[in-house]
Design a binder for this molecule. Sequence first.
Ligand code: OOG
Ligand code: NI
Length: 461
Amino acid sequence: MISQWQLRAAFAARLSEMYGREVPAYTTLVDVSREVNEGVLRARGADAERLGSIGRVTSERHGAIRVGTPGELRQVARIFGALGMRPVGFYDLREAAASAVPVVSTAFRPVDGEELARNPFRVFTSLLTPADPRFFDAGLRSRLETFLAGRELFPPELLALADRAEAERELPDAEAERFLQLAVGAFELSTEPIDKAWYETLERVSAVAADIGGVRSTHINHLTPRVLDIDELYRRMTERGIEMIDTIQGPPAWKGPDVLLRQTSFRALAEPRSLRLADGSVTRGALRVRFGEVEARGIALTREGRALYDRLLGLVDRRASRQPDADRGELARAVWEENLPGTERELAARGLGYFTYHVVPGRARDGSRPPGSVGELVEQGWVRAEPLVYEDFLPRSAAGIFQSNLSGEGSRDNEREGAAYDTEWLSGAMGREVLDPFDLYEQQRNESLAAVARQLGTDTP
Ligand code: OOG
Ligand code: NI
């Protein structure tokens, strides 16, 4: 029998194998990430594993896919459900991007601590928004919906195996093998010829709309390894002649604790594709749809911490617009140093970051009574705080990542009212509840505090 987490780990590994075969620059990214991680581990020892074991970090990946209809999203949810992954978070990329990205998104990932430690594979999953009149007029919307209704992304056999794996939380060896083959196959780039005129019609709205609705299949568009020092990785990739986008997105490099998520990417490479012309003949062309990304993960922020982060971003934006020649990274670093606590301990004390709490063995022996608050318990050495790693995404960075394969600007008619899409809508469309990431971190913290109280024989602090 192959359990759910083993299926998830095997799927991530096979997807990585497939992507490496098809996108060689990805293999370079993985190799350089491994070198950087080994270096950090040598230099920092156990401290390097504070936000995840080196085993977890080395195999850790996130992927991204894009689908066209709620029906397709429901099917994707069944496949990821088989792997123990649930939809977490709502990202509205229609608003976050400077240029047009007509999608709303969620991320499928494991949700409990043990499952995350085993293998945290996650997939950022975007759904096209044909009902948003800022992007699609009535005629184009209806052609698009007809096109999407006529395609099948996932074979029925794959979906049946997925349902079984989700219900039974495991599959027998032979079925597991079949499931993995079909699942990886469903995310490969198709060789079927693309209708050139139709693709280009959608491309005028947005390259992302064309990537989703211009073809009869879906594909993984990037797969992202995790690195422990993204500034060092960026230097080494550049040295190897791979042209990265010009920034690392997310928080700046600074001397305080790493929080949330820092990401960077290289632009999609032109790949040969068959294009069908209006007269039915097939010609060779090239499309840029698959790219490479790498990320460094930090401590998950609480709602208060996140609100502070968003305020600081705004502050950096304002300073950057007043000083257009200044280096944005430097400006951000200065803003960070003025406003964010420089140590993990303070981050915890000010309620800005998520931690779990664990009883320090032996402390109770002197016969004194443990204090009542978490802060005092930590201060007096009864419990130690372990940071929770951020398992999710950032809308502004995601919008930046989407640009990695946008050739044109696309178009958005800002005179029109946008269609309303939100978490509830997405949950309804998928038939599964889209979970709130803050609730999940909070739950992990609360469970650890309940365990502390049980062990110390006190009330939950
Ligand atoms: C997804 C972009 C978002 C990330 O890491 O923020 C993303 C896409 O390009 O489909 O993967
Ligand atoms: Ni990504």
